[in-house]
Design a protein. Sequence first.
Length: 261
Amino acid sequence: MDLGLSGKKGIVCAASKGLGRAVAVALAREGVDLVINARSQDPLKATAECIRAATNVGVIPIAADITTEEGRQAVLAACPSPDILINNAGGPPPGDFRSVTREEWIRAVDANMLTPILLIRALIDGMVARGFGRIINITTSGVKSPGTYPQLGISIGVRSGLTGFIGVLSRQVARHNVTINGLLPGRFETDRLKENLEYAARAAGHSTEEEALRVRSVIPAARFGTTEEFGAFAAFLCSTHAGYLTGQNIVLDGGAYPGLA
């Protein structure tokens, strides 16, 4: 299927590895010129070179902390009028909220709620004026099923705030062919999954391998997701065919979420 994205421009945050990189690769394969961002310069540069070689699209790597005003301005200067924005940032470390300081809470709010909102604020009016925009916030399936991730209370709490805000804004811009959706990953083969499995294994007193086996056993698909399938799904959400889908929080988790809505 032609997604109708050739020649469009996109910003992908946290794109040097994991889900962000997978989305960047999928968009590039559809002909989207990219600005990709992450904090670490060398992995980001390597990702940009790999995408260029594989797809022949323009890729500009901006190594910066997107949670800072300086980082956001650097990314926006490189791509001031994107058609696509992929908000993505690693969540705070797993743990018990009793041990989390106020400063750590503020950092989580900055990274996982305010930064996406500020990027959207900077770009949304231009998308509306041009009559096309696709914004995806990569959060977590824990927003819909918080009890599944008892160690991620801080991350889920902060990302839920972003989810509520987007529920309001997405309805205000839908008539202009600008969509905003949340893409809520379950357990995908990423460094973040490894970190969470290791934490849960220590808490339960068994090995990481045993924890991984336990978790896979409660996923109807009986496996962890691949980053490639996540990227492909995100690319469709950005496509010209997805203009009637907005304000939704789409769980991609192999059937683990037990609810209907």
